[in-house]
Design a protein around this ligand. Sequence first.
Ligand code: ACM
Length: 548
Amino acid sequence: MSSMRFATKVVIATLLSTSQLWAAPSAPVHTAPAIIPQPLQLQVSTGQAGFSLTEGIKVHYSVSRSEIGRAAVRALMAAGLPVLPEENTGELTVQLVEHENPEWHRICVTPEHISLQIADEQALHSAAQTLAQSMTQAADSTPALPAMLVEDAPLLPYRGLMLDPCRHPQTVDETCKMLQIMARYKLNRLHWHLADDQGWRIEIKSYPRLTEVGSHRSETPTLANHEQGDGTPTTPFYFTQDEVRHVVAYANSLGITVIPEIEVPGHSSAAIAAYPELGNSDIPGYAPRVATTWGVLPYTYSPKPATMQFLSSVFAEICELFPRAEFIHIGGDEAPRDQWQKSAYARDFMQQNNLRHTGQVQHWFTHRMAELMATHGRRIVGWDEIIDDGAVPADAVVMYWRSWVRPCSLRRALRAGHDVIQSPDSHFYFNFCQGKLPADPRYKPHGSLSAQQDWRHVYSYNPIPANITPEQRRHLIGLQANCWSESIANGHKLEYQCVPRICALAEVAWRPAELRNADEFLQRIIAHYPWFDAQQINYRREDGSPAR
Ligand code: ACM
C-alpha cells in the first residue's frame, strides 16, 4: 500500500498550552458511544461534563494554517462535525506522532479541548468518524461529546466494498450515498465494477461506441425468474467522465479511494459488441452483442494488436480519471477459453508465442496488463483466477473470492508472495441471501437460498488464517465485500443487502477476531438504527424486514 506520508514526522500543527484554551464544558453526558468498528481502546467518562458542541469546535489559526491541520478540519467537517475553521481559540489541536501503522490515532476529548494525535493523514478520516459517532446529547439536551480517550488502528489497511452498476444501473446519488455509509464505518476503498457482459458503464473518449452501443441491451432477466427475459430494452446508462470525477472527488473528501475495474479478458461482451474486431471474429457463428442473460458468457478478447491498442487507450483514460487508485482492477475471473480454441488466429498466436494451452492466453493478457499499468505507475489487482496459469508479476494483487477452489487460492497467492485482498464468496457476497426474506418478491435474492450470509455469518470470519508466516501476514492487506447487482434493481434493495452487513465487514477488517463478540456487537448495531433512519437507509432489521 502506498501511503501519502508527509515529508517530516514532526509536530507541524500547534499543540497549545492549556492557558490558551477556551473552555467549552457541557452539562454531564450520561451516554457512552456505540462505535462501529469498536476502537481498540476506549475510555469514556460518563456522568461528567463533556465537550459542548453548541457553539461548534473552534480551531486555532495555526491548525488552520498547517497542511495537516487543514486536512483534519476537512475530515471533521466531511464527517458532520460542527467545526469553525476560522476561529482562534485553540479548542482543537492536531499533532503528528511516529507510529508504524499510518492509520494509528489517539483522540482525547476533555470538557475544554479535543486533541488528535495521528501517525499520518490517512488516520484523519477514521478519527473524524469516531468523533462523529460519539456526538450525543448532554443532560440538558444540548449537543456534546463525552469526555473520552480513544487509541485505535485498523487490522487491515484496505477495507472495501465492490459495487456493480453493470447488471442494473446505480445512479451517482445512490453511489454517493453508499460512499457516505462506507465512510461512516471507516471503509476506505470503493471497488467500482464498470464493465461487464451486460453493460459498459464509463465514458471513454477514444472509443465512443463503448457507451453508444455497450451501455444498453435489448432486455433483462426478470427478478422473479432469471431464465426469462422481460422483453424491454434498457435505456442507455453510463457515467460520463464528469460524473466519474464527481464520484471520485466525493469519495476522496470522505477518505475513500476508488479502484476502477475493467474486465480482461472475459466478461467483455459489451465491449466486443461495440467493437466486434476486438473479439475472436474468425470463429463460426460469431455475433457479439450486449448480454441479456446472467452468468458466464463465451466472448473474450482476441490477443491481437488492435485489442492491445484498445486496452492501452482505455486504461490511459482510466488512470487519468482515477489518479489516486494505487491498483487498477483488471478483472480476470471466469474467462472461458473455448473461443481461443476455436479461433485460427488465436491458435496461431499461441504457437508463435510458445503458449502451450489456452489458459496461457489469459496469463499472457495478465502480464500485458501488468506491464501497461506499470507504465502508469500503478499495480494490477485481479480476481484469483489470475494465478491459475502460472506466475504473474510479484506486485500483482490477488483478490481472493473462490472459497471452494482447492488448493485454496488464498494460500497459493500468499506462498507466491502476492498481496491479497480477501473477499471470499463464502462470507462477503452481499448479493447473497441473509436468511428470512421479506414477503415482497422484489427482495428475492440471486443465487442459492442456502448460501445464507447474515451479518452474524460475516462477523464470524477471521481474516488472519492460522499457520501463516509473519511475512505472509504482511501480505494480507485487505478485506472486501462484493455486491453483484443481478438481483438488485435499485438503491433501495442495495441498501437492504448492504446494511447492516457493512458494519460487520467493517469490524472484521478493523478488530482482531479474539476481541470480537457478536452478541455485544448486535447491541451496537441496534444503537445505529437512529443514524440509519436519519439517513433514510433501507436497512435490514433483525427480523429480516426492510426498514423502509
Ligand atoms: C466473481 O464473483 N465472479 C468474482
